[in-house]
Design a protein around this ligand. Structure first.
Ligand code: GLC
Length: 429
């Protein structure tokens, strides 16, 4: 364990680019939104000042309208596609044009609840920016106030090539004037682990539409090529808004508590729209057509993290969780292993992700599902101890896949072993 802890700290330090951390060397050379959220929590266990710097750097890229972009480009790395020249957001620093699952407030709450006066002071400092970020999600991603958060690109879900998006992606017409481009991802990683070319053309079509509107998010929500509800973003946003309310109460920010309560009630109610009777669970859904995805994913299972559902709905989700865990050696797979589209090694079509497990464990433990929480927790531990800081893992045999020195996997490991990390730091001074 001690050597994996050292390896985790070393991995994060190696990916430090001076004030911000990249997900991994080469494959992902910039700062990513939710990666940095989780990574900050990991860094916090060995360097509080540096953890807050990670957060401040991410928030430094916040747009005027409140959006925190999914990638921040501080330097141009020709090795990565699509870079700043493709997004053309005209922001300083340059960034991508949409967001990612808003985990930031939840990670900050964890730091403050276990922290010192220093953490409280920093939380105070960033609080207005977190409010702006949540207001942006509430308005730009749900302009009609339905309580259903829409994502405008599969990448906004953070679960890039999950089959959940096939419904929305299949209706996208790739325009004749699609920009010509050359992918870079397949030169770093085996192409059978990466999205297909056809999918990639559609990913780029959405970006081209966004930039043609000048990144006008009202228009993109109303007319863009893709608009789906994602149980992941829905429940993560709901949880983060609750955590923001707790933070507001701790910090004495009374002026925003009613607003946050209203938002929580609305998004909680809106979550019902994601319930798919055919499978007895929460699924992704196309907002314009109402068509459902028909599989249970690790994002569906975040319903416990979002604290939604009637007692019957919760029981049904727990039953799915038990069934899926029984079908694989290591949980929680990103796609139902009993569904025909399951691929144990392809990215978000099957593999296990430590960050998702981290949120699942928190949600299941809060809901009193201790056995399930314990199983996922110990699987995460075993996977990382066996394979190291891999990007994601095969749920059937545990093989580590993707990039091999991943910051967020290291961060989750440090969080899991936090007591041991503290002891080790004491021993080594
Ligand atoms: C991939 C993942 C996304 C992550 C990024 C950087 O695009 O799908 O969730 O943020 O890599 O690690």
């Amino acid at each position: 364990m001690a050597s994996r802890i050292e390896e985790a700290i070393k991995t994060i330090k190696m990916n430090d680019r001076g004030g911000f951390t990249v997900p991994t060397n080469r494959l992902y050379p910039y700062q990513w939104n939710w990666d940095s959220g989780f990574t900050a929590l990991g860094i916090w266990h060995f360097n509080k000042w540096r953890a807050w710097l990670e957060i401040m750097a991410l928030l430094d890229a916040q747009w005027e309208d409140g959006m925190v972009p999914h990638i921040v480009f501080r330097q141009n790395d020709p090795d990565y596609f699509p870079g700043p020249g493709v997004w053309q957001t005209n922001t300083e620093p340059a960034s991508s044009g949409h967001s990612q699952p808003p985990v930031l407030a939840s990670m900050i709450l964890r730091m403050v609840q276990n922290g010192t006066a220093y953490d409280m002071r920093k939380a105070h400092e960033v609080f207005p920016r977190l409010m702006d970020y949540h207001r942006w999600f509430a308005s730009a991603r749900d302009p009609q106030g339905t309580g259903v958060i829409g994502i405008i690109h599969p990448w906004e879900s953070g679960r890039d090539n999950c089959p959940d998006w096939d419904i929305g992606m299949n209706t996208i017409d790739v325009p004749g004037n699609l920009m010509t481009y050359k992918r870079r991802d397949t030169s770093h990683v085996d192409s059978d682990q990466r999205p297909t070319q056809e999918q990639y053309d559609r990913f780029i079509t959405i970006i081209q539409f966004g930039r043609e509107t000048g990144w006008d998010h009202r228009r993109i929500h109303a007319e863009g090529p893709f608009l789906m509800a994602d149980p992941g973003v829905q429940f993560i946003f709901l949880r983060a808004t609750r955590d923001l309310l707790t933070l507001a109460e701790m910090l004495g920010m009374d002026e925003v508590t009613d607003e946050l309560r209203g938002l929580i009630a609305r998004v909680s109610e809106g979550s019902n729209w994601l319930w798919n009777d055919n499978v007895g669970g929460y699924c992704a859904r196309d907002i314009r057509t109402g068509a459902f995805s028909d599989a249970i994913t690790n994002a569906s299972m975040l319903s416990f993290y979002g604290d939604v559902g009637s007692p019957e709905q919760r029981a049904s989700m727990a039953a799915h969780c038990r069934r899926i865990l029984a079908a694989c050696q290591y949980g929680m797979p990103s796609w139902d292993p009993e569904h025909e589209d399951f691929e144990s090694r392809r990215y978000w079509r099957g593999p296990v992700w430590a960050i998702m497990n981290h949120m699942l464990v928190t949600g299941l433990a809060d809901a009193g599902e201790d056995m399930l929480a314990q199983r996922i927790r110990s699987d995460t531990q075993k996977l990382i101890e066996k394979e190291g800081m891999a990007e994601y893992f095969d749920p059937l045999d545990g093989t580590g896949l993707g990039g091999m020195d991943f910051s967020w996997t290291a961060a989750i490991y440090l969080d899991h072993c936090q007591d041991r990390v503290a002891e080790l730091l004491k021993e080594t001074g």
